[in-house]
Structure formats: C-alpha cells, structure tokens
Design a protein around this ligand. Structure first.
Ligand code: ASP
Length: 433
C-alpha cells in the first residue's frame, strides 16, 4: 500500500468504505455500530482539515500578496480572477439549462411519486427555507458589508467567515508591500516559515486520508435512505451528473488549450483533492489539499495559488450553479409548470449569484436553491422532491467546484508567467518523507 500513489490509496479507501457500509446495512446493529464506532473518525478527519483552513489562508495569502511587491499586479490579477470565475459559472449554468431542457427529467415523475416525496421531506424543506430566509432578508449591499470584519479574531473564529479572513490577509499583505523592506522582511520570514509548517501539517493529515474517506463513506452508505427513492429521481440525477462531467471535460480542454498541460498531468496532480472533495462534500475542508496539490504538483506559483484558490473555494462554485439550474427546472417540470425563456434567463443570473453566496460546506447549494426557486416563482415545496438524492449530487458538484478552482488558478498562473514545472517530480514524494 505504501508504494501506491495517493489517489489510488484514497480510491481503495472509498470503495472499501462503501462496501463496509453496505455490508453493515444487512445487520440490525450495523447502522448503530457504524454511527458509534466508525463515523466519529470521519468527523475527526474533516475537523483536522478544517482546522488548517484559517491559518493556511492567513499564512499563504499574506506571504503570496507580499511577494507580489506591487499593488497594481495584485489588482490586475484580482480583476482577472473574478472575471474568469464568473465566466466559468455562467458557462456551467447554461450547460445545466440546455441539458435539463433537452432531457426533461421532470416529466418522468408521476403524480404519486411527487406527492410521496413532498410529504416525506416536508420537515427538512422547512428547515432549509428558514435558513435561506435569513440570508434573503438582508439589504442589497449586505454581501459587501459582510466582507469587512469588525474584529479579526471574531472573523477567524468561524470557518463560515472565510471571505473576511481573506479580506484581512490581503489588506495585511498590501500593508506589507507599502512599508520599507527592512521592516517587512522579518514579518515575511515569519509567515514564510509558518506557511511551511502548515503545508507539512497537511501532508501529515493526508497520510490518514485513505482511512478518513473509508469512515466517511461507510457512514454515508449505512445511513442512506432506501434505494427506491433514488430510482424515481434517476433522470434528474443523470442530468446533473452529465452536466458535471461536461464541466470536467471543459476544464481539461481549457487547461490543455491555454497551458499546454495534458489532461493526464492535470488529473494526476489534482485527483487527491477531487477525491477528498467527493468524500467530504466541502470545498472549504478540501482547500488545504487543493492548495498543496496545485502548488506542488501542478506547478502554479504560490503567489497565484494562495490568492486564487481561497477566493475560489468561497465564491466559485460551477458545480453548484449547474445543479441549481437543473434542480430549479426539474422541480418546475415536476409541478407541471412551463418556464418562459425570460424566466430561464433570470435563472442564469440568480444561480450564478446563489452559487457565489453558497458556503463551501455540505448542503449549502440546496439552501441557496430556495432563493433561485423563489425568484423564478417555482414552488419551494419542490425542494422535498430532490432531497433524497442531494448528498450524492453534493459530493459530485463539490468535486467540480474544486476542479474549477484549480483550472482557473492554472490559467491565471500561465497568463502571469507563474506556471512552472512542478517541484515534486514523483507525485507522492512529499507524503512519504
Ligand atoms: N458542498 C458544496 C461545496 O462545498 C456546496 C454545495 O452544497 O453545492 O463546494
């Protein structure tokens, strides 16, 4: 096992986890055993990853920004990053809309299945609606206000405030650029070293990744609802998955076209992060590994990756936006509504904004879907229709979200002349030390 590349080890862990979880569903005591003795290790694994996120953003972003030496370079890179992020998101939503209009998965839902699903999941729907309502009640500039924390310790105190931490780190980095070099050098040396330590901690956590994903997937399978529901939603799931796979192909094409790097190179480099995104359903929890893979295995210089990736993890969610578009139209179809072209165009805008507003945690895309539904006049009770199958789709869309961030970081690095041969020649050298 030791000599096997990390992504294979993780994959084996995932397969064994699914098999073990499935096996346990055959015993009366199986589910409880998994919940009491296996799932906690998965929680520890995710917690360890999340633990790294805030210090990593602080250290790497401060280092990255201060390395730029020049503020105009920062604003140029910032503008480009946001523009490409929005562009890829709009492409994703549009692909989702085309597919859902061609496949029309909502037509295959019978009246009875629809009623059953709405009744079964009515309670959960209520919870999501309330969460979304809290977000909606604030004014139009609230997102901007939320960007600037009034207290950095408070901001760093919750992983939900990642954008605030990013704001502080960039601001701090700009301060460093503007003071005389002899004053900033020791500060920079500190954050340099700090950053190295954090990267080493990620390596250590990744040593346990095969076991971590085993526990996560075993718990997921043992706790999954009955397979019958999945069947009813088969066409809907197929549409989302087809869209997500199209996005992965588009990413590989973009990377090849703009950087000349082959799909094999790209996937070899990023796959551990993808597998982790799949297992944790959280771009935020995956961020430390995404940063490490992109920097050390795809050859993106840290000045770029430390800037582009944390921002991407919080605002760039192509998979989520695609899913929101498909889900919204699917629900409308299932309720027998025909949406006009204008309403569908509106969905492009709301799904793009809703995905930007979604937190990088499991299930967040579904909370924000409430807002997309409300804007388009689609019954919010429809959330209940897609609830049963949301988790597996969340795992897949998170994988796409993370892959999208990695792609954009490579494009930006190339355009800034900051894409090089990766430092780690043998893919898994740094895990074996
Ligand atoms: N789980 C996704 C993420 O962290 C967000 C979503 O629910 O779509 O990227």
């Amino acid at each position: 096992m030791k000599n096997l590349a990390l992504h294979w080890q993780i994959l084996i862990g995932m397969v064994l986890g699914v098999l073990f979880g499935y096996l346990m569903t055959n015993f009366e005591w199986g589910k409880a055993l998994v919940q009491d003795w296996v799932k906690p290790f998965g929680t520890i694994f995710i917690n360890a990853l999340k633990l790294i996120a805030v210090p990593l953003i602080l250290a790497s972003l401060i280092k990255g920004v201060s390395d730029l030496k020049d503020i105009s370079k920062l604003s140029k890179m910032g503008g480009k990053t946001i523009m490409i992020y929005i562009l890829t998101t709009v492409i994703a939503v549009s692909i989702g809309l085309v597919l859902v209009n061609v496949i029309r998965p909502g037509d295959s839902i019978s009246e009875k299945t629809r009623k059953d699903l709405v009744e079964n999941y009515a309670d959960n729907t209520q919870k999501y609606k309330e969460e979304a309502k809290n977000q909606k009640e604030s004014g139009p500039l609230q997102a901007l206000v939320d960007l600037v924390p009034s207290n950095i310790i408070g901001a760093a105190g919750s992983n939900k405030n990642m954008l605030q931490v990013i704001f502080f780190a960039i601001f701090f980095g700009i301060g460093m650029i503007l003071i005389p070099e002899e004053k900033s050098t020791p500060v920079k040396a500190f954050f340099d070293g700090f950053n190295e330590v954090i990267l080493k901690m990620i390596d250590l956590i990744m040593l346990t990744a095969p076991f971590g994903v085993f526990t996560l997937l075993a718990a997921l399978v043992a706790e999954a609802p009955s397979a019958d529901l999945f069947k009813a939603l088969g066409w809907y799931a197929f549409t989302v998955i087809l869209g997500l796979m199209t996005m992965i192909v588009i990413y590989m094409g973009l990377v090849y076209f703009f950087t000349g790097k082959s799909p094999k190179f790209f996937l070899n480099g990023i796959s551990p992060a993808q597998l982790l995104a799949f297992s944790t359903s959280s771009s935020a929890a995956t961020l430390p590994v995404t940063m490490e893979r992109v920097t050390e295995h795809l050859g993106v210089e840290e000045e770029v990756s430390s800037f582009v990736l944390p921002i991407g993890a919080t605002i760039n969610m192509d998979g989520t936006s695609l899913y929101q578009a498909v889900a919204a139209i699917f629900i409308a179809e299932a309720f027998g509504m025909d949406l006009t072209f204008g309403v569908q165009l509106g969905i492009i805008a709301t799904a793009t904004l809703a995905s930007i507003g979604s937190a990088a945690v499991p299930g967040a895309g579904m909370v924000m879907l409430v807002i997309v539904l409300a804007q388009a006049g689609i019954p919010e009770a429809g959330l209940a229709l897609i609830f049963a199958i949301d988790r597996p789709l969340d795992m897949l869309r998170t994988t796409v979200n993370v892959t999208g961030d990695a792609t954009v970081s490579m494009l930006i690095a190339k355009s800034e002349g900051m894409l090089h041969e990766p430092q780690v020649k043998n893919w898994d050298d740094n895990y074996k030390k």
